[in-house]
Write a protein that binds this ligand. Sequence first.
Ligand code: TZP
Ligand code: MG
Length: 204
Amino acid sequence: MRLDLSLYLITDPSLCAEHGLLETVVAAVRGGVTVVQLRDKYASEPELVAQARRLKTALAGTGVPLIINDRLEVALAVGADGLHIGQDDGDVLEARQALGPDAILGLSVQTQEQLARVDSSRLDYLGLGPVFATSSKGDHAQPIGFEGLATLAAASPLPAVAIGGLKAEHAAAVRAAGAQGAAVISAICGQPDPEAAARAFVRQ
Ligand code: TZP
Ligand code: MG
């Protein structure tokens, strides 16, 4: 499965609750989402495994990969397409060895120093940001703006998605800064019409 990072949806349990997690994801994929990441900081392993299984079934045949945030054991239990980890979420080498060579493995990068340490032979993509401050992640790092994004993207050894406070109107600026696409929560989850919200990015 070729990795298309152009519109990367990250789920949030409360923001996606309005229409239901599954319904939100299915609608967003109809609207043009190309990657789905299941992210829930507080769900128990059995809860997350059950959610991941439902999403995996819903995404089967769409060509849209299911990536699990942080929880290697969940990704392994459900045979997810991939895993996304942050700087403090464990070791890239260990994750790669556990997942095998074919899984998608992504890493969040906020600074040049982190970028310089990236083990590109074991990763498939990077998440760069936050571009803007956002209430969707309480403990996010200092926003880097489009200038910081462009600097990181230019130095990135891997394809990258931009993240943090991005809306459909930013899609062109994200690409101009050198990222393959935008990773978003609130611009799609919790919107009155998640399908239309996704489509608005694709049209830009
Ligand atoms: N990592 C950096 S910012 C962020 C994450 C998970 C949240 C992005 O959410 P939103 O609503 O698209 O700003
Ligand atoms: Mg994390």
